[in-house]
Design a protein around this ligand. Structure first.
Ligand code: HEC
Ligand code: HEC
Length: 284
């Protein structure tokens, strides 16, 4: 197990507990108790509205955690309220996780945070549709035979064209991992250029440049200014292009350097691979 993560969870639960306790004292001191304060953290009677929570999630969380909360820059959130508890998750939503990229949303009310958690709860049951049913041992062998390590790093071993997979099992659900194997580019989180959330996924977006002399260069953008753009091609070679020399320069959303394994691996093999990836939870 990843003890750092465990410790952090304990700390988060404690933090949420202190916050609830404080809120309780404040409302007592003010001589008034709102209905929310009377509920125990496990109260099943929370009149939360998952529909509103879904909208709030789309606006505030999806850019990092993915449209279906299956993971993006932030981890997969399926099953998280069940393991951390609703109160803790609400505390995380309001206050963020200090020292990480998880921001607090001071503009969301307690009620809104509760609605988001209610929405996340509705996803818990959906997770069971894609459990890691495969054999992780076979999956590890497949990983080594399929050339994955040419592009991916696990615990310091492998290439760096694609994202590091050392903790991918802690960050993603089985369903989202399988989708990535089958249709890599299509499942790239949609990211704009330097949008409000500036995403690391932007680096995997493919560009296609055609020079006036007809030469075509395709690759990931590793640098750009007003006059030049640098693309890294599938072979890892860098191409510095002078923009005035280009006939066209287009983004290719939906494309990825990662090949699809939909047809090259059987369904059972894909499940084995996913089962292996799900074991990757911490830097050893
Ligand atoms: C800017 C990106 C970003 C946004 C926006 C964001 N998160 Fe996060 N979130 C993260 C990252 C990164 C982590 C992992 C932090 C860590 O532990 O290193 C995280 C962690 C979490 C966790 C803890 C998961 C666990 O298993 O420990 C929860 C719960 C969570 N986020 C919920 C939300 C919700 C709900 C929203 C919207 C209100 C939201 N986040 C918005 C990036 C984001
Ligand atoms: C030619 C390079 C290349 C090869 C080979 C390759 N990948 Fe990838 N992979 C990428 C790139 C680039 C991305 C990021 C863009 C994307 O998701 O399409 C990626 C993304 C991923 C992700 C998503 C990571 C995340 O954080 O969500 C997983 C999982 C993954 N690859 C697994 C594999 C496995 C397993 C194999 C072997 C069966 C493999 N890849 C082979 C380049 C590659």
């Amino acid at each position: 197990m990843n003890s750092v993560r465990c410790l952090r969870r304990v700390a988060l639960v404690f933090m949420a507990w202190t916050l609830t306790a404080n809120a309780f004292h404040v409302s007592q001191a003010a001589g008034q108790e709102s209905p929310a304060d009377q509920q125990s953290p496990t109260s099943p009677a929370t009149p939360a509205d998952p529909e509103q929570g879904k909208h709030l999630f789309a606006q505030n969380c999806a850019p990092c955690h993915g449209a279906d909360a299956g993971g993006g820059d932030g981890p997969n959130l399926h099953g998280v309220p069940a393991s951390l508890g609703d109160t803790t998750v609400q505390g995380i939503v309001r206050r963020g996780i200090p020292g990480t990229a998880m921001p607090g949303s001071s503009t969301l009310s307690d009620k809104q945070a509760a609605n988001i958690v209610a929405y996340l709860r509705t996803l818990d049951s959906a997770t069971t549709s894609g459990p890691a049913t495969g054999d992780p041992k076979k999956g590890e062998a497949l990983y080594n035979f399929s050339g994955c390590s040419a592009c991916h790093m696990i615990a310091g071993q492998g290439g760096s064209i694609g994202p590091e997979l050392t903790r991918v099992g802690a960050m993603r659900g089985a369903t989202s991992l399988k989708a990535r194997l089958q249709d890599p580019g299509a499942n790239l989180p949609q990211v704009g250029d330097g949008g409000a959330f500036g995403s690391r996924w932007a680096q995997y977006l493919m560009y296609r440049a055609i020079e006036k002399n007809g030469r075509v260069v395709e690759g990931m953008r590793v640098g750009e200014d007003s006059f030049t753009i640098v693309l890294k091609d599938a072979g890892g070679k860098f191409h510095g292009l002078w923009k005035p020399d280009l006939r066209s320069l287009e983004k290719e959303p939906g494309k990825s350097f990662m090949p699809s394994f939909k047809d090259t691996l059987s369904a059972a093999q894909q499940d084995d691979l996913v089962a292996y990836l799900m074991t990757l939870k911490s830097a050893q």
